[in-house]
Write a protein that binds this ligand. Structure first.
Ligand code: SF4
Length: 65
């Protein structure tokens, strides 16, 4: 499972970061630093989906394989 952020949609709300700080890191300005195709560690898939769904800007998404 991989996750990505659409930088143009991120509004620096930190809702993803609140779910899991390691899965959803922020940059120095509070915007998502998830990047493109960030690998989700085994066993963290459910939490990753919660974080993706928590984004109020719909900026986060799960990559299709
Ligand atoms: S929850 Fe969404 S809008 Fe907020 S920091 Fe994370 S990716 Fe950006």
């Amino acid at each position: 499972m991989k996750i990505s952020v659409d930088d143009d949609q991120c509004g620096a709300t930190a809702q993803c970061f609140a779910v899991d700080e390691e899965l959803f890191p922020l940059d120095g300005d509070g915007y998502s630093a998830v990047g493109e195709g960030r690998e989700v560690p085994a066993g963290k898939e459910g939490l990753a989906q919660v974080g993706v769904d928590a984004c109020p800007m719909a900026a986060l998404y799960v990559n299709e394989d």
